[in-house]
Ligand binder design. Structure first.
Ligand code: ZN
Length: 188
């Protein structure tokens, strides 16, 4: 089942999400729904708070970019109850977007290497290390579980410049190809 994606200004995007049980039918269903919603919106990452569920789960699928970016080819998985245990490396500036912040892209500085621990759907604990583009995608999605958005991380000047656009988004002044849910609960 696919969900509308909650848009900038919605309270679900600002909560610290809570852990889920695994293995559990609800969690398996949530992961399926996240993938389905992400594919419908043509995104490559989606976190549970973006469908209004304040739970520590996000999914990624970078395979559509696999041709240009080999590290993304097999980068398809669900991160359940993730914990970033180490962030290191150089700060890299790169343009980011977000399904919850339609039609806005900004340069965001992030470190190039992370270590992450998470669970799979069977409840196994997994520890992995990521660098480069995959590390960036994970940090972006992980931020959603902490109530943080990429627009929080842009320079103070850019923040001032995009304030009007963000206000418009939260009031439904935008168009997307996918279904969205405004801060007032209206499906758009
Ligand atoms: Zn996002």
């Amino acid at each position: 089942m696919s969900y509308p994606i909650v848009v900038y200004g919605h309270s679900a995007l600002r909560k610290k999400a809570r852990e889920v049980e695994v293995p559990a039918e609800n969690t398996t269903r949530l992961v399926d729904n996240l993938f389905e919603t992400m594919y419908q919106a043509e995104g490559m990452g989606l976190a549970a708070p973006q469908i209004g569920k304040s739970l520590r789960v996000f999914v990624v699928d970078g395979s559509p970019l696999g041709e240009d970016e080999p590290s993304m080819k097999d980068f398809k998985k669900a991160f359940i109850n993730p914990r970033i245990t180490k962030i290191e490396g150089d700060e890299v500036l790169m343009s980011e977007g977000c399904l919850s912040i339609p039609r806005l892209r900004e340069e965001v500085a992030r470190k190039s290497k992370i270590n992450i621990e998470y669970q799979d759907l069977e409840g196994n604990s997994i520890k992995e290390e990521y660098t480069g583009y995959t590390a960036r995608v994970i940090q972006h999605e992980y931020d959603h579980l902490e109530g943080v958005l990429f627009t929080d991380k842009v320079s103070p000047i850019r923040k001032r410049l995009i304030r009007g656009k963000l206000n418009n988004l939260s009031r439904g002044k935008f168009k997307t190809e996918y279904r969205t849910k405004l801060p007032n609960g209206k499906i758009w």
